[in-house]
Design a protein around this ligand. Sequence first.
Ligand code: FE2
Length: 358
Amino acid sequence: MGSLGASRLIREPLKRGTSLDHLEYVDMTPIIGREYPTAKLKAMLEAPNADEQLRDLAILISERGVVVFRAPQDDLTIDDQKHITDQLGRLTGRPAEHGLHVHPLYNDPNNIPMADGTTDEHIYVINSEAAKKLYATMKDRPGAADEPRDLGREWHSDSLYENAPSDFSFLRMESTPATGGDTLWASGYELYDRLSGPFRRFLETLTATCAQPVFATACAAGGYAVASPRGSPLNVGAAFAPSHPVVRTNPVTGWKSVFAGLGLHVSRIDGVTSYEDALIRDYLLRLLTRNHDGVARLHWTRGACAIWTNVSTLHAATPDTHLVDGIRTGVRASGIGEVPYLDPASTGRREALGLPQY
Ligand SMILES: [Fe+2]
């Protein structure tokens, strides 16, 4: 059915070629995630058909949600990582004027530098020691003493607060404790596929405001300017309050996904009452957490890389590295994709692949 409807789509889905078929892999779960235990991204870049392989990789990530390269990618430079992240979007039809995201708080003088002591506006540095300091300031918040932490609030897709949010994110783990700090990815395709027909049709009429006023506040308090533009002429200024569709079509696969209906960066479903807003977002989060067969979990090892699509997945960090010895540090690059849209002619993943409805 998907192929019959394809010609009516706003963007024709891309067909994955065979350029990666020589690589050994294992799927992390039947529904989401793939891991390459031995493949080297550097070899992919140095191959005569590098762009063909990167295009197939981008389509694969769009299909599987997240792809992990387990062998330490020690020979990959920061420029390589930026190039790969950028090419994944370029080779799959991203707007030509879009590039790599710049974090809104990049100008903060307290930002953690990369291992060589430098900073790069297109690289976001993750560091568990810095996170520990942040948590230390948050532990006295109201309710902190008598409630377990609600890790449901960790779920998000990257830079949803931008008019044009991220398509692909690429995280390389430079060092990690022996245990702790896992990252989880949930399939937005599967969330969509598990909704009833009437509820799908209702959610498809909705948008959500993804406001993140904290950036403008932080910049004002720190006395520096919000970084701008941030990977797109559309991502400028300090408003950070776009409206995005609750159900979105991934232009690479042509499949529908739950998108701005839940997660850290979603502040309000538009046009409904506050009760209804809470009901919809609570329901979608419950659907995600009660259906962990749509979730892949990665135990990081040194030098491992994960590349994911923010169009059709949400991800969550696990803030438990304070319980163990060892520092978790990583570097992330994110591309900026198209302005999110819902194509009414698109279908869910299961329908497109001829799989039974869940
Ligand atoms: Fe993230």
